[in-house]
Design a binder for this molecule. Structure first.
Ligand SMILES: NC(=O)c1ccc[n+]([C@@H]2O[C@H](COP(=O)([O-])OP(=O)(O)OC[C@H]3O[C@@H](n4cnc5c(N)ncnc54)[C@H](OP(=O)(O)O)[C@@H]3O)[C@@H](O)[C@H]2O)c1
Length: 286
């Protein structure tokens, strides 16, 4: 059985990943308590002891506001920590998948969908640090895979962390009968966490480099939010729960997935993915 080591084991992505693969791989989840990735010596030691075939590096400060307010913390975890994991991967000759983000495109002034080789100049700390981590990792380990992932979504599960995400935020709006605002001027894809998890296995075989990874999307954010209510059979609540906002500076973070598709790895559209998630969890209110 091949061995996978995944960092950030208590996180939203990794906690689901571990359960999903635990019967087909020997999966070791490493929590922050077991290993602080900002400590290079410990990182190399712990990873070498586990001697994995593949490493999925999912540990990070994933909250963009937290990174903005604590740039030094973000630098040490999201850049230096990620490079430490790459050093450890190189030391034990393991494959490495690094979870980067579509936030690297946040400074782009043109219109998406963006390709991996489009120029990027992210204006927030999180996006800049993910970009710097990609560069640091690939310099050390050109065979590593960096995935620029769109905003992940999923629903609560037992003993698993839930993060703020489009689908769960709307379910909470429904439960609290509390309207929420969504920009009709902005565009971004959202990815069902299980669709990404399923695709990771195929990514171990990719040539090293940067890949956009997640659902493409033609809808604006307000329309995406409406798609969640439709999928739940609550089309009649769209007007009362979703407030449409128009921003002076539209934001477009959409990714183009052609590079991964050429390697036979595909994602459904953001709208299809929302429908799949609601169906998986039998969350239709009809
Ligand atoms: N969720 C998304 O929408 C999204 C989108 C694009 C990219 N990503 C990236 O995908 C990865 C997984 O995201 P996620 O949503 O699962 O994030 P998450 O829920 O915040 O999980 C991240 C995990 O990293 C751990 N961690 C933080 N600092 C650490 C340190 N110094 N040493 C070791 N572990 C540390 C945290 O531990 P504690 O539990 O102890 O705090 C947490 O469990 C991250 O790299 C994120 O940036 C996520």
């Amino acid at each position: 059985m091949k061995k996978i080591l995944i960092t950030g084991a208590n996180g939203f992505f990794a906690s689901r990943f571990i359960d999903f693969y635990k019967t087909r791989y020997a999966v070791t989840g490493i929590t922050r308590r077991q290993l602080d990735i900002t400590d290079l010596k410990q990182t190399v030691k712990v990873i070498k002891e586990n001697n994995p075939d593949y490493i999925v590096h999912a540990a990070a400060i994933s909250d963009t506001a937290m990174c903005q307010n604590n740039p030094e913390l973000s630098q040490s975890v999201n850049v230096d920590g990620a490079v430490n994991v790459a050093r450890a991967a190189a030391a034990c000759n393991a494959g490495l998948i690094f979870l980067s983000s579509d936030q690297v495109y946040i400074g782009n002034t043109g219109r998406g969908p963006y390709k991996e080789d489009d120029e990027v100049n992210p204006y927030n700390v999180y996006g800049r640090h993910k970009l710097n981590a990609e560069a640091g990792i690939l310099e050390l380990m050109p065979q590593a895979i960096a995935l620029r992932i769109t905003w992940l979504f999923g629903l609560p599960e037992r003993n698993k962390k839930i993060n703020s995400n489009l689908v769960w935020n709307i379910v909470k709006s429904v439960m609290n009968n509390q309207p929420a605002t969504f920009p009709a001027t902005d565009h971004r894809g959202v990815t069902y966490v299980y669709e990404l998890i399923e695709n990771i296995e195929k990514m171990f075989q990719l040539p090293g480099g940067i890949y956009n990874a997640g659902s493409e999307n033609d809808l604006n954010v307000y329309e995406l939010a409406a798609a969640v209510l439709k999928a739940m059979g609550l089309e009649n609540r769209i007007e009362s729960l979703l407030l449409k906002e128009h921003r002076d500076k539209p934001r477009d973070l959409r990714i183009n997935n052609q590079k991964l598709k050429a390697d036979g790895i595909a994602f459904s559209s953001s709208e299809e993915a929302i429908n799949k998630c609601i169906a998986d969890f039998s969350f239709s209110m009809n």
